[in-house]
Design a protein around this ligand. Structure first.
Ligand SMILES: [Zn+2]
Length: 80
C-alpha cells in the first residue's frame, strides 16, 4: 500500500482539514495566485484562506472570493 498524501496549503503547510474556510476565487484570478505546479503535475495545490488573501493582496484591483462555511459542532465542541 502506498502512503496517502496529506492535502495541505502550498504556502504555509496548514492541513486542509484544519482550514476554517474554503475560499474559492474565479478561475482567472486563481491563475494569478495559484501555487507553481511541480513539474509533471496538473495543478500546484491548494491555498488556505489566509494565503489566498496574502497572494491576492499583491494583485492590482479586487479579488472576488466566495466563502464556504462548514459548521462542525463536534470540532467546535458545540452540541448541535
Ligand atoms: Zn496557507
Amino acid at each position: 500500500m502506498g502512503r496517502q498524501a496529506m492535502v495541505a496549503c502550498a504556502d504555509c503547510g496548514r492541513p486542509y482539514e484544519t482550514f476554517d474556510l474554503d475560499v474559492v476565487v474565479p478561475d482567472e484570478q486563481w491563475r494569478d495566485i495559484c501555487p507553481t505546479p511541480p513539474s509533471g503535475d496538473s495543478d500546484g495545490g491548494i491555498l488556505c484562506g489566509a494565503c489566498v488573501i496574502c497572494r491576492g493582496s499583491k494583485l492590482p484591483g479586487v479579488v472576488v472570493a466566495r466563502l464556504h462555511f462548514e459548521f462542525r459542532g463536534v470540532r467546535a465542541g458545540l452540541a448541535v
